[in-house]
Design a protein around this ligand. Structure first.
Ligand SMILES: Cc1ncc(COP(=O)(O)O)c(C=O)c1O
Length: 384
């Protein structure tokens, strides 16, 4: 069997043509494809504004900036995420606090978040960054209720969940990142994600004021908009009004994003089929302690199982050319976050999850033969 990774991009002839055409156009960066991608993405997610950014990490950084995170800002996030979800707060000098995860969804535990808030003086925390980890949509209606109670903002890290949703209390599907319950949401277009741009990211919001700030911060804090200029010396004139960054996506990456987005639902459908196959194959296996399962609205960026001998299974599968991954090493146990006062033992549910979790191959072009090969090898290992 040829090597089977845990995730991979799916690039078609149409994608290649779109990129090539853009390379031959007048614009390589910030041309018409950026706006086209932003409009199409906003429509897909169901929000008012979308801002294309160079990657998901930069998107998180700009969200933190737009919410005025500074050295006095304390923010709560999950330890089971990619470190970027927490790092964005540190970039702005703020302090990161972790709350444990729910053992069933592997996402931030609402009750633990509230307990953490109540363990500090009133007004101590300013925001929460829930993560739709693995593609499991967080119930943001519940988080919004909590956020309103304690006057907190929400940045939804929806990197794993384009097309994912939860069902709100009125029975309505709420797509991840639609920002109906969050101030802003972010996405990543890294190749293992649903939509690949090479590198790339997107911020979605319904808040016009934040949207305008994001546009400014994305490109050095510079504006040429005559309505915003403080002075105006002529056609060449621009002003740097804030300290921003160069976090722009290129036009040819946006061209790829557009054609990838056109196939997002197709890819999601295939991910759901793969998830169902794993679920059916493992549901009666005693050696599988937990699995992502079949969950309404799950976007299946990852399909995760928990097993007792995770390292053994990981090494065995590698020897069979199956390259699984572990998502994630709890962020609070990273040496950097330990230096900031966190320690192993702080979040037992997250740490127990980490000891056992394994992300199985999950991408639309995984063939039935490949998936069966993965399943057979897992079952062989756990039963021997
Ligand atoms: C949950 C989560 N947040 C943020 C990021 C950062 O995105 P990027 O790699 O595009 O910077 C990633 C991607 O790896 C992620 O998985």
């Amino acid at each position: 069997m040829k090597p089977i990774p845990y995730g991979r991009q799916n690039i078609t002839e149409k994608d290649i043509k779109a990129v090539t055409e853009t390379l031959q156009s007048d614009f390589l960066t910030q041309g018409p494809k950026i706006e086209e991608f932003e409009k199409a993405f906003a429509k897909y997610i169901g929000c008012k504004y979308a801002v294309a950014i160079s990657n998901g990490t930069a998107a998180l950084h700009l969200c933190a900036m737009a919410l005025d995170v500074n050295t006095n800002t304390n923010v709560i996030t999950t330890p089971i995420t990619f470190s970027a979800s927490a790092n964005c707060i540190r970039y702005c000098g703020g302090n990161v606090y972790f709350a444990d995860i729910n053992p069933d969804t592997f996402t931030l535990d609402l009750a633990k978040v509230e307990a953490l808030i109540n363990s500090k003086p009133k007004g101590f925390f300013k925001g929460i960054i829930p993560v739709d980890f693995a593609g499991h949509a967080v119930n943001l209606e519940a988080f919004k209720k909590l956020a309103d109670k304690y006057n907190l903002w929400i940045i939804e890290d929806a990197c794993h969940a384009p097309g994912g949703y939860f069902t709100d209390s009125s029975g309505k599907k709420q797509l991840c990142g639609n920002s109906n319950f969050a101030d802003m949401a972010i996405f990543s277009f890294h190749p293992v994600k649903h939509i690949a741009c090479g590198e790339g990211g997107m911020i979605t919001t319904n808040n016009e004021e934040l949207y305008k700030k994001l546009l400014l911060y994305r490109t050095h804090g510079i504006t040429k908009n005559p309505e915003l200029l403080i002075e105006n010396h002529g056609g060449w004139y621009y002003e740097m009004q804030e300290l921003g960054y160069n976090y722009r996506l290129t036009d040819f990456q946006a061209a790829l994003g557009i054609t990838q987005l056109e196939r997002a639902d197709e890819g999601l459908k295939r991910r759901k089929e793969i998830a169902k196959n794993y679920y059916e194959a493992f549901r009666n296996e005693k050696g599988i302690i937990k699995q992502s399962g079949v969950v309404d609205g799950h976007a299946y960026h990852l399909y995760i199982i928990e097993v007792e001998n995770r390292k053994g299974l990981y090494d065995f599968l590698r020897s069979k050319n199956v390259f699984c991954q572990v998502h994630y090493i709890p962020v609070h146990t990273m040496p950097y976050y330990k230096k900031l006062g966190n320690k192993a033992g702080d979040f037992p549910v997250a740490e127990d999850y980490y000891e056992k979790c394994l992300s199985l191959p999950m991408y639309p072009t995984l063939t039935p033969d490949e998936q069966n090969y993965v399943i057979e090898n897992i079952i062989n290992f756990i039963n021997n």
